[in-house]
Design a protein around this ligand. Structure first.
Ligand code: FAD
Length: 342
């Protein structure tokens, strides 16, 4: 394929918008189709760009720290291109001394280390945090606000010449390339059997509008708490196999308890809950690259790191379309890996 290719993108979430912008910047004629006013998973996400704590806390992600860091390293350029604000204050694990010792050991296993936060500084950075909790700071993890970021991506893509249609893609279509960035949706799976490798993971998240959140993203025992739109977002449930977005108070109860343990002022405070569905592959990494169907590229399955991975996914998809070198991570994300013989 070459510059000037006509590309249809199905899906206007973090992945679809990021890759549409990159394709337009590479000279392609791009149209994005999405029937939804707002992409569910990308909009409800916490917005953490967190290679380090994801590698520490998410079983299975430790071996992908290099890839997660590479994705994060692409964010400053994308932020400059789109005007997306990135908060680089860092993230802190907060908890008991004993628990922090396990976090410290996890960091050490990855060849990293955190900085102990003096209690007064922790109180300033995370007002309202329970007095008994200690903190361990890492600077590598950043954060963005998903809804403004989606708006900025869409604006930048539009200005770069990307067209938008409020339509569901149901077939390969007549464009040179179809890029499928449809998240957890299985609507195209009949035509594209590789989408069957995806399983849904429902995620529910709480937002406390009245709780000031300070500047740091916090990782606690059983929940994270991040600044969000002037309040505090506490997440998130991991409910494999569920693809609905109904709010389930039973599933949210442990999250509420973990949040109140971190921030005692939350007891009795009003919160709102929302839910989205992540798409996951068997190895936790997305499928990015040419599918077995000619002319169709997949960009799906980013699990709990879609925002973090978006610029790397965009870079690989653009390289596939334009015939450039897709870089060192493309093979690990190749959709064909699940069909390969060992
Ligand atoms: C509670 C929660 C918290 C999260 N927190 C974080 C976080 O802190 N950091 C992070 O990096 N990630 C986080 N994630 C994960 C992240 O949100 C996802 O990985 C990411 O949003 C996936 O983006 P996407 O573009 O692949 O999918 P989506 O955002 O789901 O977008 C897919 C779009 O495709 C559209 N679509 C579907 N079918 C079709 C079709 N046939 N034709 C056209 N359009 C179609 C849909 O309408 C939708 O708008 C979180 C997820 C949840 C649920």
């Amino acid at each position: 394929m070459s510059r000037g290719a006509e590309v249809m993108v199905a899906g206007a979430g973090a992945l679809g918008l990021s890759l549409a912008l990159a394709l337009a910047d590479a000279g392609c004629r791009v149209t994005v189709c999405d029937p939804a006013g707002e992409p569910r998973a990308s909009a409800v996400a916490a917005g953490m760009l967190a290679p380090v704590f994801e590698a520490v806390f998410d079983a299975g992600a430790a071996g992908d720290l290099d890839l997660l860091l590479a994705a994060r390293n692409l964010w400053p350029a994308l932020a400059a291109r789109t005007g997306i604000a990135i908060d680089r204050s860092g993230a802190a694990a907060v908890g008991s001394q004993a628990w922090l010792a396990t976090v410290r050991a996890g960091l050490t296993r990855l060849g990293l280390h955190g900085a102990d936060l003096p209690r007064e500084m922790l109180g300033d950075l995370a007002p309202g945090l329970a007095p008994g909790l200690q903190g361990l700071l890492v600077r590598e993890d950043w954060r963005l606000e998903p809804r403004p970021a989606l708006a900025a991506l869409r604006r930048a893509a539009g200005e770069a010449g990307v067209g938008f249609r409020a339509e569901r893609v149901t077939a390969r279509g007549g464009a040179d390339i179809l890029v499928v960035a449809t998240g957890a949706d299985q609507g195209l799976a009949v035509a594209l059997p590789q989408l069957g490798a995806l399983t849904p993971i429902k995620g529910q998240i709480l937002r406390f509008a009245e709780q000031g959140a300070g500047r740091l993203s916090l990782r606690g025992q059983g929940a994270y708490a991040v600044p969000a739109g002037g309040g505090l977002a506490v997440g998130a449930t991991m409910e494999p196999g569920l693809a609905d977005i109904a709010i389930d108070p039973v599933a949210l109860a442990p999250l509420s308890r973990a949040a109140e343990w971190m921030f005692p002022d939350l007891v009795g405070m009003t919160s709102s809950a929302s839910a989205g569905v992540r798409a996951a592959t068997p190895d936790g990494l997305p499928m990015v690259g040419f599918s077995t169907t000619p002319g169709v590229i997949l960009a799906v399955g980013a699990r709990r790191n879609g925002w973090l991975l978006a610029p790397l996914v965009a870079q690989i998809v653009t390289a596939c379309v334009t015939g450039r070198d897709p870089g060192p991570y493309a093979r690990r994300l190749d959709p064909g890996r699940f069909a390969r013989t060992p």
